[in-house]
Design a protein around this ligand. Structure first.
Ligand SMILES: CC(C)(COP(=O)(O)OP(=O)(O)OC[C@H]1O[C@@H](n2cnc3c(N)ncnc32)[C@H](O)[C@@H]1OP(=O)(O)O)[C@@H](O)C(=O)NCCC(=O)NCCS
Length: 146
């Protein structure tokens, strides 16, 4: 399925997700966030098998999450290049409107030999306007804007 609709994944934080402080382990959170971003990039390309991650940008853990809390991880495409796609992700705890985690990841469309190929995805002006702030941030993080 080809779509730019945001991907939303909901997780219950369990014992096995915790670190030695008893809060959500950063590695687990990072894995969930990148997975959600991967799903967004894959849906934009339409072929998950052609999508690889080249870079994780500026992941920030802003507040701790605890066992029993529900985390909603959402992601959306915010920038595309010739073969690259940058996706912004965030995690929101139930009942909180400030994200517990934010970050971006850039993916590349590759052929069966692992070589980048043009994905042909062009974001409409209207779409870019809707995600303007994240689009500008992604341009900075990927070095497309100084
Ligand atoms: C991803 C990979 C194919 C890119 O190869 P490469 O030789 O760097 O390719 P290119 O230089 O042609 O760059 C391809 C695109 O990636 C972008 N890119 C490369 N490095 C980047 C970085 N550090 N940050 C953001 N974008 C980057 C380039 O700007 C280019 O984008 P564009 O086509 O939209 O202009 C190669 O690095 C690779 O196979 N990496 C391993 C991927 C992997 O195993 N990931 C983990 C599992 S998913």
């Amino acid at each position: 399925m080809k779509t730019f609709d945001p991907v939303v994944v909901t997780r219950l934080i369990k014992e096995e997700d915790l670190n030695h402080h008893g809060t959500l382990f950063a590695g687990r959170m990072a894995s969930w966030l990148v997975e959600s971003c991967f799903l967004s990039a894959s849906r934009a390309v339409g072929k998950p098998e052609d999508v690889v991650c080249v870079k994780i940008h500026g992941m920030k853990f802003k507040r701790p999450a605890h066992k029993g809390e529900i985390l909603e991880i959402s992601s959306q495409v915010v920038l595309t290049g010739r073969s690259s796609i940058t996706v912004a992700g965030q995690g929101l705890l139930d009942g909180d409107d400030r994200p517990a985690v934010t970050g971006m990841a850039t993916f590349v469309s590759v052929n069966a030999q692992g070589k980048p190929y043009p994905h042909g995805i062009v974001l409409s002006e209207e779409y870019v306007k809707r995600v303007e702030e994240l689009n500008l941030k992604a341009q900075e993080l990927t070095g497309r804007r100084r």
